[in-house]
Design a protein around this ligand. Structure first.
Ligand SMILES: [Mg+2]
Length: 178
């Protein structure tokens, strides 16, 4: 169960629009790292949806420092790159390896304890975030149908882990079982 616990998101939200960013701010978080594919837009999107682009600007205006971490290579995504042009983006991040998290945290000049990672995949975004000491927020994929073949294969396993974690939490909360 130890491995399963290492995958535990600190928070789960239906989408990037349903995260309570004010609450994060008041809890002391000042930097937000977003996954791109199926977190901000569909997997492989060439541009950000307008709503996601607007949210990014809104969060920056609120005072958050923003960065982006993608396992994709970023090829043929020039419009997307232009949209994110003013923010640090690390492509080929190799999440859940922690090197790219460390590199981005250094670029953002932030600290682990004031940084939250937001992404749609447990075995990449969330696991890497937890290993890096970040607050980890799992969101549902924007479009599961657009997932890469590898992500599609991992989804049933993700659901299993989430079920195991939910069961474990319930056991902890049950006063008769503690
Ligand atoms: Mg993703």
């Amino acid at each position: 169960m130890k491995f399963v616990s290492a995958l535990r998101p600190d928070e789960i939200a239906r989408s990037i629009y349903e995260i309570d960013y004010e609450h994060l701010w008041h809890a002391g978080y000042r930097a937000l790292i977003f996954d791109i594919d199926n977190t901000l837009g569909e997997w492989g999107c060439r541009t950000l949806p307008e709503s996601a682009h607007a949210l990014v600007h809104q969060l920056e205006a609120r005072g958050f420092v923003l960065g982006f971490l993608s396992n994709d290579g970023g090829e043929n995504r020039s419009h997307l790159k232009a949209q994110l042009g003013s923010y640090p983006v690390i492509w080929r991040a190799a999440k859940p390896r922690i090197g790219s998290y460390r590199a981005l945290i250094a670029l953002l000049a932030t600290q682990e304890r004031e940084t939250a990672m937001i992404g749609d995949q447990l075995f990449t975004d969330i696991w890497g975030a937890k290993r890096s000491g970040l607050y980890a927020i799992l969101v549902a994929p924007v479009s599961p149908a657009s997932d890469s073949i590898w992500a599609k294969l991992r989804r049933p396993l993700e659901r299993l882990v989430l079920r195991l974690l939910a069961r474990k939490d319930a056991a902890h909360k049950d006063p008769y079982k503690s």
